[in-house]
Design a protein around this ligand. Structure first.
Ligand code: B12
Length: 210
């Protein structure tokens, strides 16, 4: 029978055909979707995160690993929903208004999904009121903001202000990231946290969701 380690290895190797095959075999042999997620997919993406941080894996390999994870997730997602599985939490993620960069944001979304979170990806060039609307719709407790331009960093503060101004979203935690960001800048705009890369974003989400 296919083993979790084989699945984790397929994710790490970015083999989406194998990851799909093994996941299907596990499902067919009666293994629960949550066990596939926590036993194979999440540990696989954890290794990817650690290797990426250590510069042992690079962006294209991470994207390919994430694609393999998505292929497996496509099979188990409906089963997770059927079983009413509570994922670790809902996180709304987007690139702020005026900014079209999305490679880093997409990586963060994929790693968060790999970490067991439900991600609502709201895309790029997203204004504050859209974040407010999406948080209300999804019931998210955390928002992730990405900015790659020094000129769009201030738009992060606008989102935080918009979230705080609405009674329904004022307690939402906001994590920020993107190449020009620093912890100091995050503190200065009242963000709840900053992470320098996608795998640290998962650690930060864990802290923020509690
Ligand atoms: C690819 C790219 C583009 C692509 C974007 C394609 C796309 N779909 O994203 C295109 C060609 C469209 C583009 C356009 C522009 N770009 Co550009 N671009 C880049 C480039 C080369 C790479 C960015 C990237 O994807 N990095 C890889 C990812 C993985 O890294 P990352 O985004 O930092 O994300 C990681 C972390 O920051 C973190 N993270 C990211 N988001 C988040 C969110 C959260 C919540 C958390 C916790 C963490 C986190 O985790 C990620 C993964 O580890 C950079 C140069 C560079 N080396 O950074 C310039 C760069 C960002 N661009 C720049 C500029 C100036 C522009 C343009 C204005 C150019 C122009 N004159 O038209 C336009 C602006 C368009 C707009 N309105 O947004 C400048 C910005 C300078 C500045 N100081 O502001 C840079 C730095 C290039 C340079 N040296 O001049 N760009």
């Amino acid at each position: 029978m296919a083993k979790y380690q084989d699945l984790a290895d397929a994710i790490i190797a970015g083999d989406n055909i194998k990851s799909k095959e093994i996941t299907q075999k596990l499902v067919d042999s009666g293994v629960k979707a949550t066990e596939i997620l926590n036993g194979g997919l999440v540990p696989g993406m954890d290794v990817v995160g650690v290797r990426f941080k250590a510069n042992e894996m690079y962006i294209p390999e991470v994207l390919i690993a994430a694609r393999a994870m998505h292929a497996a997730m496509d099979i188990i997602k409906p089963l997770l929903a059927e079983a009413g599985t509570v994922m670790k939490g809902i996180i709304v993620v987007g690139t702020v208004q005026g900014d079209l960069h999305d490679i880093g944001k997409n990586l963060v979304c994929m790693m968060l999904e790999g970490g067991g979170y439900t991600v609502v990806d709201v895309g790029v060039d997203v204004p504050g009121d859209k974040f407010v609307e999406e948080v209300k719709k999804s019931g998210a407790k955390v928002v992730g903001l990405s900015a790659l331009l020094t000129t769009t960093m201030p738009a992060m503060k606008d989102v935080i202000v918009a979230l705080k101004a609405d009674a329904a979203t004022k307690d939402v935690k906001v994590m920020v990231g993107g190449a020009p960001l620093t912890q100091e800048y995050a503190d200065s705009i009242g963000a709840s946290g900053y992470a320098a890369d996608a795998s640290s974003a998962v650690d930060l989400a864990k802290k923020l969701v509690g």
